[in-house]
Design a protein around this ligand. Structure first.
Ligand code: FBP
Length: 245
């Protein structure tokens, strides 16, 4: 994970929502252009940037270390979530990525497919010296509350067991329960996933404080930064909490 860390912490900007949610749900004139997001990542001191391959091919300019997402899905089908691999490790390397990302939905009727696919990617990426980040989002008919503390800790542990260097999980709502998730992940580093934009900046910053106090490595978020009226001000507040700078 070294390329994505500063002082052993990380602040990663995620921008794959165009695939996951569609432009009309998440984007405005201000953030529909991937170049604007790269500007935020560069000026905002982000330690990593997440793209799908099409955006990386067309826009990535090399300054902020790239995590290439190797799977993804749209929100259109509904039903049990399943995101199959859509990009190779080799392509990630060719695009300049220092890490690869893959989403696993534990609880989905298709979790076995994703665990198997992730296993192969993990081996290939590690052989090539790339970091492997797992988005672990428990979902499916049996998951009633994906931020319940036992479910969040389970997600963290799935990341460790599956061989991820870092695991991106939802916040469980308080630092005590989140610190159990961090412990459950062992040597895998925990990054909090942001979710929809919080009602106020303070709501989000307090959440991030809880995450860091719980021992997590950092955050890997999108909407709470680039949907903010002042993304660079938000980035500065986040850096203050995460790096004490
Ligand atoms: P946000 O901080 O905007 O939630 O981004 C994090 C992320 O994991 C993205 O990488 C991804 O596009 C999105 O959340 C998926 O969200 P969901 O599966 O909850 O709809």
């Amino acid at each position: 994970m070294a390329p994505f860390l500063r002082k052993d912490r990380g602040i990663i900007l995620a921008y794959d929502q165009g695939l996951e949610h569609g432009p009309s749900k998440d984007f405005t004139e201000k953030n529909v252009d991937p170049s604007a997001i790269i500007d935020i990542a560069e000026k905002g001191g982000f330690t990593g940037l997440v793209f799908q391959k099409g955006v990386a091919e067309n826009y990535y300019r090399g300054k902020v270390p790239l995590i290439l997402k190797l799977n993804g899905k749209t929100s259109l089908p509904g039903g049990e979530p399943f995101a199959r691999q859509n990009c190779s490790v080799k392509q990630a390397i060719d695009l300049g990525a220092k890490g690869v990302g893959y989403t696993i939905y534990p609880g989905s009727a298709y979790e076995h497919e994703m665990l198997a696919e992730f296993g192969k990617i993990q081996e290939e990426a590690h052989k090539a010296g790339l970091a492997v980040l797992a988005w672990v989002y428990p979902r499916g008919a049996t998951i009633k509350n994906d931020t319940a503390s036992d479910i969040v800790a389970y997600a963290a542990r799935v990341g460790l067991e599956a061989g991820a260097d870092a695991v991106k999980i939802k916040y469980s709502g308080d630092k005590q329960s989140f610190s159990w998730a961090v412990k459950s992940a062992g040597k895998a580093k925990i990054f909090m996933s942001g979710g929809p934009k919080a009602p106020t900046d303070d709501d989000f910053l307090n959440q991030v404080r809880g995450v860091i106090e719980a021992g997590a490595t950092g955050i890997a978020v999108g909407r709470n930064v680039w949907q903010n009226d002042d993304p660079l001000k938000m980035a500065a507040s986040l850096r203050k909490i995460i790096f004490s700078e």
